[in-house]
Design a binder for this molecule. Structure first.
Ligand code: A2P
Length: 217
């Protein structure tokens, strides 16, 4: 019995391969650097600093992740709800080790996290847990797969799990019809949703090769 529990990983997900991992990291850094220079962003820098007029250095504010992935199931070594069922799911077993293309359709930044929104294909959605969205208060009405993302960076003291919650928060605002202040950028259109929440919808999605696998850390 104990042995069976030990076999379940910390989490499953799509792990970005080289050179996609580096490409996405560079695009994210470019975006964050550009965001920091925008007047529209500077106007709201108090969202990050807590002080009016004080500018924020986003590169200092966040610590970038080294190896990027899109978590499907956080299993917590079998302790998370549904961990065993997910590990035994035939679709999960069949796809284990398979490579597919992740489509990154947006970047988002909040005072806590930087992430990329992932648009999953029908096949990829088969690996997405049924309760990934419904388990989060406030995100119940959002479509299956809405939470799919790659964590790019977190502020000091912030856990990576926050990135998906920040994404759902922004998507819930969008769904309520909040358009936000709009800024057109070369990469796409940038919207501000208040309280330091920014999302850049990419004109051209970024394609990244990724391997479906698991991590034991
Ligand atoms: P994310 O998928 O947003 O990056 P940690 O580094 O904190 O141990 O977490 C390992 C991975 O599992 C991270 O990628 C993290 O977030 C994700 N994760 C951690 N906790 C949860 C959770 N409760 N629900 C969903 N994903 C989680």
């Amino acid at each position: 019995k104990e042995l069976e529990e030990v076999k379940i990983p910390l989490f499953y997900g799509w792990f970005l391969m080289s050179p996609a991992n580096e490409k996405v990291k560079c695009s994210a850094i470019d975006f964050v650097k550009t965001l920091d220079t925008l007047e529209a962003f500077k106007k709201h820098s108090a969202d990050f600093t807590g002080k009016a007029e004080k500018e924020v250095d986003l590169e200092q504010h966040f610590k970038a992740k080294a190896s990027l992935h899109c978590t499907t199931k956080f299993s917590n070594y079998g302790k998370a709800e549904g961990a065993k069922e997910y590990a035994q799911n035939l679709v999960v077993k069949d796809h284990f080790g398979s490579v597919s293309e992740l489509s990154l359709i947006a970047f988002f930044v909040t005072p806590r996290t930087v992430g990329a929104r992932v648009s999953l294909t029908k096949e990829q959605l088969q690996l997405w847990p049924v309760d990934a969205e419904s388990s989060v208060p406030g995100a119940t009405g959002l479509p299956h797969g809405s939470r799919a993302h790659v964590t790019l960076a977190c502020a000091a003291g912030v856990e990576a799990v926050q990135t998906g919650l920040d994404l759902l928060d922004i998507l819930a605002l969008q769904k309520d019809g909040q358009q936000g202040e709009l800024v057109e950028m070369e990469l796409g259109s940038l919207s501000y949703y208040g309280e330091g929440r920014w999302m850049l919808a990419l004109r051209e999605p970024i394609c990244a090769s990724a391997c479906f696998s698991s991590s034991y850390k």
